[in-house]
Design a protein around this ligand. Structure first.
Ligand SMILES: Cc1cc2nc3c(=O)[nH]c(=O)nc-3n(C[C@H](O)[C@H](O)[C@H](O)COP(=O)(O)O)c2cc1C
Length: 126
């Protein structure tokens, strides 16, 4: 493959909706399987996202969060609800931001009402 102008664009800043991205390298939503058995997020989960940012991923999209604890896809899928540890979400966001990257959460319900929602927040993630 020849490295042309198109490839240079990969490393150029761009905007995506409200976000300014430092480059065009995106990690698509990929289930990390790093929650506690009860669905609580873990420091290992946050560290996985931070490591991607440390390696020049400009936009890190988390694996899917289940927004209904009774509808998880598998043990290891984190739950995003009122019991979610905000400190760990904050740790993930701050850790990604320190590399100038952005992070968003992929949210879905894996049961009968399965569908998807992808958000950037002004809260712990963003
Ligand atoms: C191992 C694995 C885990 C994935 N986990 C998720 C996930 O948690 N949430 C989601 O929306 N998509 C998930 N996907 C789908 C990917 O985000 C992506 O849409 C898919 O791999 C197609 O990418 P492509 O169009 O670049 O080939 C997963 C894909 C793979 C291979």
């Amino acid at each position: 493959m020849v490295w042309g102008k198109e490839m240079d664009q990969l490393f150029q800043s761009t905007s995506l909706g409200p976000l300014t991205l430092k480059n065009r390298i995106v990690r698509s939503a990929t289930n990390e399987h790093l929650s506690e058995p009860d669905g609580q997020v873990t420091r290992a989960w946050a560290d996985a996202l931070i490591e991607l940012a440390a390696h020049e991923v400009g936009l890190v999209i988390s694996g899917h969060f289940c927004v209904d604890a009774s509808q998880r896809a598998d043990e290891g899928q984190p739950v995003l609800d009122e019991k979610t540890d905000r400190e760990i979400l904050r740790c993930a966001a701050d850790g990604v931001h320190q590399y100038g990257s952005k992070v968003g959460t992929r949210q879905r319900c894996s049961g009968k009402t399965s569908g998807g929602l992808f958000t950037f927040g002004t809260g712990p993630t963003g």
